[in-house]
Design a protein around this ligand. Structure first.
Ligand code: FE2
Ligand code: FE2
Length: 307
């Protein structure tokens, strides 16, 4: 492990703080012809069908303003997640620049880092309050610790092959259903860049392998990542609860059931597994299979997991 690099994955929020630096960032983006004026969103940009909410009884029976509140919160959650992932993408590339074995690799990761800075600007400029993110969410903490502790080979495998591969699918999906044309265009641009990042990751991964210690780390992190996918659409249920007030265990289980949580998780697990199957030895997959992580949780299990 490359413990000597203190990566500091999550740094202070931006826009409001460090006001003397922000104009320099904008000037630099302008030099690249990429500093469009982007107005923050005011309305939800994904509808209930996109989240499967049209089958959720409590949502269907709600007033129009409560429905809007859930969709708005969910829009903000998706943007916050994307913005956080872009921030971590920056940190990942910064670490890979330092770990590069040759100048070509170093140049490649430097250019990717600039892409991620651009993505971060595009995504966060659509957020009404980009500094308000909760960086302590389990998914964010897990990604931070992967970048902090991962070696070059583990990071290539976990971030570039798996997560950027998953990211392509995610950006494609949110871009397709996005009802704001401007944001849709930016999401499509990000999608193109992420395809290049992932494709390069596949090429670089072919030249690498995991030693025993790296394999152990990678399996542990994969198990924790898959567990989050197994537990279904937790973020949507959190947003429903925030709009409706406290939900009992059985109400939550019903919402997860109506969101077709098992079907949703199974689709995501199949996608992630296919990225692993294409690029990893069977040994690694069977070790993961032994841990039971390729199984979607039932609605009751998802509700139990929800805090
Ligand atoms: Fe990105
Ligand atoms: Fe990327």
């Amino acid at each position: 492990m490359n413990k000597w690099i203190k990566t500091n994955p999550v740094v202070d929020t931006f826009f409001d703080n460090h006001q003397e630096i922000w104009p320099l960032v904008l000037a630099s983006l302008e030099r690249r012809n990429n500093k469009d004026a982007i107005a923050p969103l005011k309305d939800p940009v994904w509808n209930e069908r996109y989240f499967g909410l049209e089958n959720v009884s409590i949502f269907k029976e709600a007033s129009e303003s409560t429905k809007r509140d859930v969709l708005w919160k969910t829009t903000l959650s998706i943007l916050a997640e994307a913005s956080f992932i872009e921030q971590l993408g920056l940190t990942f590339n910064a670490k890979m620049i330092l770990l590069a074995d040759n100048l070509e690799e170093r140049m490649l990761y430097s250019l990717f880092a600039a892409d991620e800075a651009q993505h971060l600007f595009w995504v966060s400029s659509h957020m009404p309050d980009p500094g308000s993110q909760d960086t302590q969410k389990p998914f964010f903490r897990l990604l931070s610790s992967i970048i902090e502790d991962g070696s070059k080979a583990s990071l290539t495998c976990l971030i570039q092959v798996l997560l950027e591969g998953w990211g392509i699918n995610h950006y494609l999906s949110i871009a397709q259903d996005c009802q704001n044309d401007r944001l849709k265009t930016y999401l499509q641009k990000i999608l193109k860049d992420e395809s290049l990042h992932h494709g390069s990751g596949l090429m670089l991964w072919n030249q690498l392998s995991l030693n025993a210690q790296e394999e152990e780390f990678t399996i542990e992190m994969l198990a924790r990542l898959f567990e989050m996918v197994q537990t279904g659409p937790q973020m949507i249920v959190t947003n429903i609860e925030q709009s409706f007030g406290h939900l009992s265990f059985s109400q939550k289980a019903t919402v997860f059931e109506e969101l077709k949580c098992e079907e949703q998780s199974n689709n995501r697990i199949a996608l992630l597994k296919s990225l692993l199957v294409q690029n990893h030895p069977n040994k690694l997959l069977s070790k993961l299979d032994e841990r039971g992580i390729f199984r979607a949780y039932s609605a009751a299990e998802c509700a139990r997991y929800h805090v």
